[in-house]
Design a binder for this molecule. Structure first.
Ligand code: CTP
Ligand code: MG
Length: 237
């Protein structure tokens, strides 16, 4: 699978590369395998986002980060799906950020734009990919899809409410997140501790990140209930 490319795509300077992180254990899902291989509509959860990214006209090449010991099944899955943009599958690291860092090693230096996506958000579509790519042409080095937070937000210390935080300027961040490759590489050159998304690392080094509208259907599968909900959304789409 390594080193495969399509004409005008992965081999071309300035291509858009996607990093699909699927290397998490999925502890909160409480099944006998990593979350990326949980069954969603009769196939591995990873298949949904992998196929959607592969079919997207915005994406030229894909690197997948798989859980240790699951690299081969990930490659076989890409082959089964005829996901020809998958260039390589790396072994993920201890944290999400470590997995992204591993995948970046397999992205060539001439890649211009990087899109990083969680396999745990299966229902990625071209509309949101297009939205996150657009501001990169307008002076932003990173872009995140966001949604308003519907609940009242409180700060709690040991079971005691300390403060109610105004949610006026608060949002929840999703993936796919898009970056100029140079900015993401710079951000990943430093300390990765505490990072739960890629944007936070780019922000840390002073990168200007745009927020665009996310999608409710891009919800992240964390628990069995989320998986059931995504299954319903998938069946009705
Ligand atoms: N991820 C990864 N490598 C890690 C941890 C997470 O590639 N070491 C990926 C997951 O596969 C997922 C995304 O990052 O696609 C978001 O992580 P999360 O939803 O927390 O997944 P898990 O870490 O697998 O789940 P849990 O925290 O319940 O163990
Ligand atoms: Mg996790």
């Amino acid at each position: 699978m390594r080193e495969t490319s399509r004409p005008g795509g992965a081999g071309e300077a300035g291509a858009t590369w996607a990093v699909l992180v699927a290397a998490g254990a999925g502890e909160r899902l409480e099944i006998d395998r990593p979350k990326a291989f949980a069954s969603l509509g009769g196939r591995p959860l990873l298949a949904e986002s992998l196929e959607r990214l592969d079919r997207s006209p915005w994406i030229d090449a894909i690197v997948v980060a798989a859980p240790v010991g699951w690299e081969e099944p990930a490659i076989l899955l890409a082959e089964e799906l005829a996901a020809t943009k998958v260039v390589s599958c790396v072994t993920g690291g201890a944290t999400r950020a470590d997995s992204v860092r591993e995948a970046l090693e397999d992205v060539p230096d001439d890649a211009l734009v990087l899109l990083v996506h969680d396999a745990a958000r299966p229902l990625v579509d071209d509309a949101v990919i297009e939205r996150v790519l657009a501001p990169l042409a307008e002076g932003f080095v990173g872009v995140v899809p966001v949604l308003p937070i519907p609940d009242t937000v409180k700060r709690v210390d040991n079971g005691v409410v300390v403060e109610t935080v105004s949610r006026d300027d608060l949002v929840g961040a999703q993936t796919p997140q898009a970056f100029l490759a140079s900015a993401l590489r710079r951000a990943f050159g430093g300390d990765l501790s505490g990072a739960t998304d890629c944007s936070s690392l780019v922000e840390r080094v002073g990168g200007r990140v745009a927020a665009v509208e996310g999608e409710p259907t891009l919800l992240k599968v964390t628990t069995a209930a989320d998986l059931a909900l995504v299954e319903v959304l998938l069946a009705s789409s």
